[in-house]
Design a protein around this ligand. Structure first.
Ligand code: ATP
Ligand code: PRP
Length: 210
């Protein structure tokens, strides 16, 4: 049985919202993550260390077993292959919605609508379920620009307050999925380090409950 486990956390807003939970759990990183350049960091709990990686890299670290646990948005998990991953817990942080947005819902007149998004899999699946044929255009950010510049008819993106859509003359049109951050585990680690992981999961449950 391994004595130390590794938790991969998305940098950015998920890390910001996870730190208070880790503090409650007695698992706070021993270095100030806002200032350190280190990416592999010990925590107050000698059984747990954290790695801070880009959101889209969290499932990869966990799938390959380089991290035993990971914290990532449901949006990112929906786009990953999910092989060897097990979703343990909804942490209820970084809540938002994955939505179709645009100036309005255009009538397709038999033409394939163009949809710009970084959520290619989720968008493809959603429109297929609707029986709509669309052309997906992969973008890596600033999706809201696509309908304004004529690159696409619609976007699929995250919406929280709706401020970004409004500021760009767009509106939310269709709801695809409620999004929040999830605790995921490597399936093999669950067997090899069951007691340690179980202990960490129980601590997360207690931290989000109060
Ligand atoms: P990267 O910079 O690595 O490309 P990113 O810009 O998607 O990643 P963040 O903006 O920190 O990184 O978002 C990380 C996660 O936070 C997303 O995957 C999603 O689950 C959640 N999230 C994104 N935007 C919002 C939002 N406006 N409100 C609440 N949660 C959000
Ligand atoms: C996210 C998302 C939207 C915005 C939605 O972007 O891609 O643009 O938040 O939030 P709102 O409805 O409250 O305006 P983010 O701020 O993470 O910027 P980024 O994708 O460029 O990192």
């Amino acid at each position: 049985m391994k004595t130390q486990i590794t938790l991969a956390i998305s940098k950015g807003r998920i890390l910001k919202d996870t730190i208070p939970l880790l503090k409650k759990m007695g698992m706070a990183p021993v270095e100030d993550l806002a200032h350190t350049r280190k990416l592999l960091i010990d925590t107050e709990n000698p059984q747990v260390r954290v790695v801070v990686v880009r959101a889209t890299d969290v499932p990869t670290y966990v799938e390959y077993g380089a991290a035993d646990l990971g914290i990532a948005g449901k949006d990112v998990l929906m786009e990953s292959r999910g092989d060897g991953l097990y979703e343990l817990l909804d942490l209820g942080i970084c809540k938002c919605k994955l939505m179709v947005a645009g100036r309005n819902m255009p009538s397709s007149h038999g033409q394939r609508l163009k949809v710009a998004t970084k959520y290619v899999n989720a968008a493809q699946q959603y429109f297929a379920q609707q029986g709509k044929q669309v052309e997906i255009i992969k973008l890596y950010g600033s999706m809201e620009l696509a309908p304004i510049t004529g690159l696409a008819d619609l976007i699929v993106d995250l919406v929280d307050t709706g401020n970004t859509l409004r500021a760009n003359g767009l509106e939310p049109l269709e709801h695809i999925e409620d999004i929040s951050s999830r605790l995921v585990a490597n399936k093999a680690s669950l067997k090899v380090s069951f007691d340690t992981l179980q202990n960490v999961v129980e601590k997360f449950k207690a931290a989000i409950a109060n």
